[in-house]
Each structure stands twice: as C-alpha cells, then as structure tokens.
Design a protein around this ligand. Structure first.
Ligand code: NAP
Length: 417
C-alpha cells in the first residue's frame, strides 16, 4: 500500500494512528489507500485532486451492527467524537439530494458509528429535518439529534428573518418534533441571536420545553461570549455551535475561552472550510451559481484561492508525514485544540464520510501542531469567511475583530419589571 509520494504505509509503526475499532471495519484500508495515492496537484495549473461528484454508492455499507467510535462530552451530553452535519445534502450546496438520497447517507453515518446528527429547521427549509427523522426513526434511542430554531417562514416556506419570540419557538418545536418523528429533541440550539428578544427569555422558553420533556439540552449558534454568559446564567448551555476551522479562527478570541471556563461543549460548523480544506476545490471548480453559496463567497474567488492554496500545501505537508489527507489533518487539528470540541463535517459522499471519520485515528504531535500554527500565522487567509449580510446576523464577539467585552452582545437586555 502506498502513501503520498509512493511511501509505503506501515501502520504498526505509525505513532500518529490510534488503536480503537475501525469505524468502517472493512474496506477502509482499501479506500484510504486509493485516496492517499491521489497526487495533490497545483490548482493554479487547473488540476483537481479528487472527484467532487456526490457519491451515494452504498456497496461499502457495513452490516447491521453499527461500528463504535470514541466519544466526547459536550457539557453533560456524551456523543460520538465526530458528528455528522446533515445540512449540505439539502441546503446551500449543489446538487440537492432528495429525502431518499439523504436518508441513505445519514444511515451510512450511523452504521459507521456516528451517534450525533446535526440539522436545523432552516435547512431546506424543513426537508433536512424530515430526512433526519426518517433516517433515524428506527434507532431513535441510540442517537443524539440536534436541531435549531430561530427563523420565521412565510406561507411558501421562505425564510423571512429571525424570530426567537417564545410563542414562535413553541410553535416551531411542535413542528420539528413531527418532522423528526420523535417526542424529544436532544440538543436545541438558537440558530442566531435575535436582536429583538432578550436571551434570558429564549433560555426561559427552552427551560419550559425541557420541563415538558420536549427538549433535553440547550445550545446557542452564532453567539458571542456576553450572550453565552447571560444565557448560561438562566439555563446551562450545553454546546455552542459557531464556525471554526483551520482557516476560520474567530472563536479563539472569546468564545472558546468562555466555553472552557463554563464547561460548555463546542461544535465547530464548517470544519472543512465548506470543503476547501480537503484540497479538492480549485480555481477551476465551477459552483452552481443559484444553488451553491460558495459561488458568492469571498474566500472562493479565484484570486483568494490562489493565496489560500498555500494553506492546503501546509495541511498536505503534515498529512504526508502522518499518512493522511488534508481533510483528515484539518479535522485532527480541530480535535486536538480542545477535548470539548466535536466537529460535524457534512458530506453527500460515503467515501468522504469514511475519510472524515478516519481522522479520529490521527493524532497530531505537539510539533505537528506548532508547525501548523506557525505556518498559518505566516500564510494568513485571503477573503472574509462569508458575505456581510450573513456576518451581520452573527453576535458581537463571535466574529474576528469584534469583542463582546463591556457589551451585552446583540441580544437586548430584559426589561426590568
Ligand atoms: N450553525 C450554523 O449556523 C451552521 C452553518 C453551516 C453549517 N452548519 C452545520 O455544520 C455542518 C458542517 O458544515 P458545512 O457542511 O457547511 O461545511 P464542511 O463540513 O466544512 O464542508 C462540507 C463540504 O465539504 C465537502 N467534503 C466533506 N468531506 C470531504 C472530504 N473528505 N473530501 C472532500 N470534500 C469533502 C462536502 O462535499 P461532498 O458532499 O462532495 O463530500 C461539502 O461540500 C452542516 O452540515 C450543518 O449541520 C451549521
């Protein structure tokens, strides 16, 4: 079996690989070998690294007993150390999967040991929750389902903006429970901080839902440190979900320290930089203009990619040493940052799913981590992570360059009675 550059892989002697049950238990070595043998080519020369076509081939699905993955704790909640982000199959990326196609991939993730699934009302909207509900109904008591509230929709299902008013949250919860085919949501995040509704009211509403048995744990997404503290004072926050990855460092300033201080788990979304950190996206990759949000992202312009490709070179450099792909190094890097981090990479491809889960076997040494940090500091990243209209919805202190210190965040203070 060959590693990058034809180096023979001797896993027995590779101190970077951990010993625990293989998430796929069969075909992994074969699949990895073919992945690792792919040469990483210069995108500027116009070469792609691996097929990016969604792959729903289920011939590699294991037998009916799910594999076992290591676990991590988000506050008191135990989940597989890597979760599965269900969004991308039916929202913001192209092509969009039917419910039947999405169900297959979600079940493939469960079969490979994933017990933590992430969705939101807004993904689709609605259809992603339906897919998660159908896929996981037969194993409902064995999995943790996280979903998110906080937007409002018109009669045609069009998102018409933020809404975390208590009566709306309650209505949305009933609908989510039906779509998810369950009587409880394990982890219920506010999707974005609502500048019209004090976070204390939101936390109080979720607390009522917990008392009624409809929700188990409370989470926040796109929240800064001041809002997290205020919410946590009313109802313990179990997890914060903000964008975080090797090239998006915003949470390092305030959000990760507050999570560590308060014992809150952190779930990084976009852990693969919307696919870029896998090294499979090049300036020649054509995104669907109407369906794929990356077509409009400043980090995905040809110019930005020419600069940012140096980051892929850095991931590749470490990857060659530990016989892993850039995607696996990017995920192993996240796992190594803090023990309370649980990434939720999303994919429509079972091959990519297996590649991502096998990042759990990679241990980066302190020297690898230091080299990644100094390399990142030297190279930097070109282009904001998202569009201004999207970043505007994120809380104070949750984005690079903003600080919640001395503020109460974007959530208004409760009116004193
Ligand atoms: N709270 C929030 O506001 C928020 C926002 C966005 C996302 N999320 C959650 O976070 C999850 C993950 O985020 P994300 O999907 O935006 O970003 P991501 O996980 O960083 O990237 C997903 C993209 O990477 C590609 N990919 C995945 N594994 C790959 C691999 N091994 N090799 C090559 N390409 C690979 C996927 O394409 P293929 O399908 O071709 O594999 C997809 O285009 C979502 O599913 C969602 O649940 C939350």
């Amino acid at each position: 079996m060959d590693g990058p550059g034809g180096t023979p892989i001797n896993r027995k002697h590779n101190t970077h690989m951990q010993a625990y049950p293989d998430p796929t238990r069969r075909n992994f070595l074969k699949a990895s070998a073919s992945m690792l043998a792919l040469p990483l080519l210069n995108p500027i020369a116009g070469m792609s690294l691996a097929p990016s076509t969604p792959n729903t081939d289920t011939t590699m699905m294991p037998d009916t007993t799910p594999a076992t993955l290591p676990t991590r704790k988000l506050g008191p909640l135990e989940v597989s150390a890597m979760g599965f982000g269900c969004m991308g199959m039916q929202h913001v990326y192209a092509p969009r999967f039917s419910q039947e196609e999405a169900v297959k991939v979600i079940r493939a993730a469960y079969d490979r040991g994933v017990t933590f699934f992430d969705t939101a009302i807004n993904y689709g909207p609605f259809i992603n929750e339906q897919s998660v509900g159908e896929a996981l109904a037969p194993v409902r008591d064995k999995v943790i389902i996280a979903t998110k509230f906080g937007y409002d929709y018109d009669a045609n299902g069009r998102n018409i903006g933020l809404n975390s008013r208590p009566d709306h949250i309650i209505r949305m919860t009933e609908q989510s429970l039906k779509r998810l085919r369950t009587d409880h949501i394990d982890l219920y995040y506010q999707h974005r901080v609502d500048p019209q509704v004090p976070i204390e009211e939101v936390a109080g509403t979720v607390q009522d839902l917990i008392q009624q048995g409809k929700v188990r744990y409370f989470g926040l997404s796109g929240a800064g440190a001041a809002t997290i503290r205020r919410a946590h004072a009313v109802l313990p926050v179990t997890a914060v979900q903000n964008e975080y990855s090797f090239w998006t460092r915003d949470p390092e300033h305030e959000v990760l320290p507050v999570c560590e201080e308060l014992g809150i788990g952190f779930v990084p979304w976009g852990p693969l930089g919307s696919g870029y950190l896998s090294g499979t996206i090049t300036p020649n990759t054509v995104f669907d203009q109407s369906l794929d949000f990356r077509a409009k992202l400043p980090r995905f312009t040809k110019e930005a990619q020419q600069h940012n490709w140096k980051l892929i070179g850095l991931l590749q450099q470490i990857g060659q040493r530990v016989y892993t792909t850039p995607a696996q190094v990017a995920l192993a890097w996240l796992m190594a940052r803090h023990p309370f981090i649980v990434p939720i990479p999303g994919t429509s491809s079972i091959k990519h799913l297996e590649e991502n889960l096998n990042a759990l076997k990679v241990t980066l040494t302190p020297a690898d981590m230091a080299e990644l940090e100094s390399g990142f500091a030297r190279i930097g990243v070109e282009g904001p992570r998202s569009l201004p209209v999207v970043l505007d919805n994120v809380d104070i202190g949750a984005t690079l360059g903003s600080s919640s210190a001395g503020t109460h965040g974007k959530s208004p203070l409760p009116v004193k009675k």
